[in-house]
Design a protein around this ligand. Structure first.
Ligand code: MG
Length: 143
């Protein structure tokens, strides 16, 4: 049986970029890891179904090798709440620094509140590295 990879949804501001649009620490390592082990989607106001805009936006802050990695992240679209774009039929993680109360409610309704990973790069600048070594450490045969 083919096991589908878990989905990961990622925000930009506060996750890929920290305060002042400075790239998060360990970003290339983080992206390489999640792209190799998960199915990765944007979930940001800077992507509404078109990754080209997202990648162009980020290319002003990031090195070309990082931008090349970002091109492998898939688009999503939503109107108001980011949760509109989440596939609740699949296991997922959602990396975001801040979500709306309505989005939190939708997660709770689907019994998925624990899927939200609160990213706080101000408090924990090394959080992306910590995540790939712990919470996002992928066990291939995990059921
Ligand atoms: Mg954010």
């Amino acid at each position: 049986m083919r096991v589908l990879p878990t989905n990961i949804y990622i925000d930009i501001d506060g996750v890929i970029l920290t305060r002042g649009a400075v790239p998060a620490l360990h970003l290339d390592k983080f992206l390489n890891y999640i792209l190799g082990n998960y199915s990765v989607f944007w979930l940001t106001s800077r992507c509404h179904g078109d990754c080209q805009y997202t990648v162009n936006y980020l290319s002003q802050f990031l090195l070309p090798e990082t931008v090349a990695l970002l091109k492998n992240i898939k688009p999503t679209n939503f109107r108001i709440d980011k949760t509109e774009a989440i596939d609740f039929t699949r296991k997922f993680f959602w990396l975001d620094d801040d979500i709306f109360a309505s989005e939190a409610n939708t997660l709770k309704q689907h019994d998925n509140y624990d899927s939200w990973i609160v990213v706080n790069l101000i408090e924990n600048p090394d959080q992306l590295l910590h995540l790939i070594n712990h919470k996002l450490l992928y066990h291939k045969y995990r059921v």
